[in-house]
Design a protein around this ligand. Structure first.
Ligand SMILES: [Zn+2]
Length: 403
């Protein structure tokens, strides 16, 4: 009997446990990584069941089984940790939030969306992105005497492995592939493309992936450069990093890009030092939000880990309170307010100090922490909160971006 389906279809699956909105959101977002045949999994309003949307050609039995295993691990997530709010700025602009910022930016010619999670921008969008980056850099310089740095956009798989990334976010990795160094294979690839309509990829066997990846977290490339150093006094580094996270079908305008820019701050030293920098980073974020005149909160949070390790790692993060997230309200495509994660403030303990061999006082592995600001999301949030009427923007920002 043929169990393959030739059209989009759906089936319902009872959840092993009732889930809240937070877990429901995680299930929907991570569902794009369950099976090539699962379009999306939606959790019902009551949090008791899931609607699985299946693509044509699926083996239904196998797809159902996979969805079940995914849901079984996702519902184990523990939620309900008290959310602590450390920063809460309120904007002075009284105007409404603007619905449809992405479309309007494209319409005005200030942004080009390539449709695969990458954007090009110019004019006021570029000026605003630069301003946010520069302002954050200035604030970090003033508050922490941060040293400027620069790092490559590609990263070695061994470094990523050391950073624990494959263990936490294996679905988000992008490997760089090359055509094998073979005269015939290269010629075959050349010939195939010399008169084809669209690009033809090399034969699978003719691609080698020898361990270069696109960097998925701004701070990672910094750690190998610290190896062997001792930090008797704490130190801060800051730079603009290019970051890549494979988001599959979750990409969406400036809300969720595959390739984006992060203003990063990394601090290295003993425990007192990294904790003091984290504490001082809060008013710095507050200053940046006030400068932009936007509603903004910094609160305790957890990362979206891959399904199989999500429950355990989220629990650890939440219970240790090692992650704070910068949440800036923006509007979803349907006009509802959503909290856009525009950056995070993280403590890593001595994880990187141990793995990459750098120390603080007494030769102990040094502790580290980082602050990352997602530039494009700050841009989206600012346009959402001030719209396109220049008069609504704070003077200092308006003069730069519309001047
Ligand atoms: Zn980081």
């Amino acid at each position: 009997m043929n169990t393959h389906n030739h059209n989009f279809s759906e089936f319902m699956s009872d959840l092993p446990r009732e889930v809240d909105h937070e877990v429901a959101g995680d299930i929907e977002k991570e569902s794009v990584f369950v099976s090539p045949f699962i379009e999306r999994i939606h959790v019902s309003e009551d949090g008791k069941s899931a609607r699985v949307v299946v693509r044509p050609g699926a083996d239904l039995e196998e797809t159902q089984e996979k969805a079940k295993r995914f849901l079984a691990v996702m519902v184990r997530q523990v939620t309900g940790f008290e959310i602590k709010v450390f920063v809460d700025t309120k904007r002075k602009d009284q105007g409404p939030y603007y619905v449809g910022v992405n479309d309007e930016l494209v319409k005005r010619g200030w942004m080009h969306d390539y449709g695969k999670g990458q954007v090009a921008y110019s004019g006021p969008v570029l000026k605003l992105a630069k301003l946010i980056n520069d302002k954050a850099g200035e604030l970090y310089q003033a508050a922490f005497n941060a040293k400027d740095a620069h790092f490559p956009a590609m990263i070695d798989a061994d470094t990523l492995h050391k950073c624990g990334y494959f263990d936490s976010h294996p679905n988000a990795v992008t490997f760089v592939g090359n055509v094998i160094e073979d005269f015939d294979a290269i010629e075959e690839f050349r010939r195939a493309n010399s008169c084809s309509e669209g690009a033809l990829m090399p034969h699978q066997d003719h691609i080698h992936i020898d361990g270069m990846c696109l960097n998925p977290a701004a701070c990672f490339p910094c750690y190998p450069t610290l190896s062997g150093q001792s930090f008797d006094e704490g130190r801060c580094y800051t730079w603009l990093g290019r970051v890549f996270r494979y988001e599959s079908r979750n990409i969406n305008g400036l809300d969720r890009l595959y390739e984006f820019n992060v203003r990063e701050l990394v601090f290295v030293g003993d425990e007192d030092y990294v904790r003091s920098v984290r504490a001082k980073a809060l008013p710095v974020v507050e200053q940046l939000a006030s400068f932009m005149d936007i509603d903004c909160q910094v609160q305790t949070a957890t990362d979206p880990f891959f399904a199989t390790v999500s429950a355990a790692k989220k629990f650890w993060q939440a219970s240790q309170e090692v992650k704070n997230e910068i949440k800036i309200p923006a509007l979803g495509n349907d006009g509802s307010v959503k909290q856009l994660a525009c950056g995070s403030i993280n403590l890593h303990g001595n994880f990187f100090g141990k793995r990459f061999g750098f120390t603080c006082k007494n030769g102990e592995p040094a502790q580290t922490g980082c602050v990352g600001l997602g530039i494009e999301r700050w841009v989206l949030a600012a346009f959402t909160q001030h719209g396109f009427d220049e008069a609504r923007w704070p003077d200092a920002v308006r003069n730069v971006i519309f001047g």
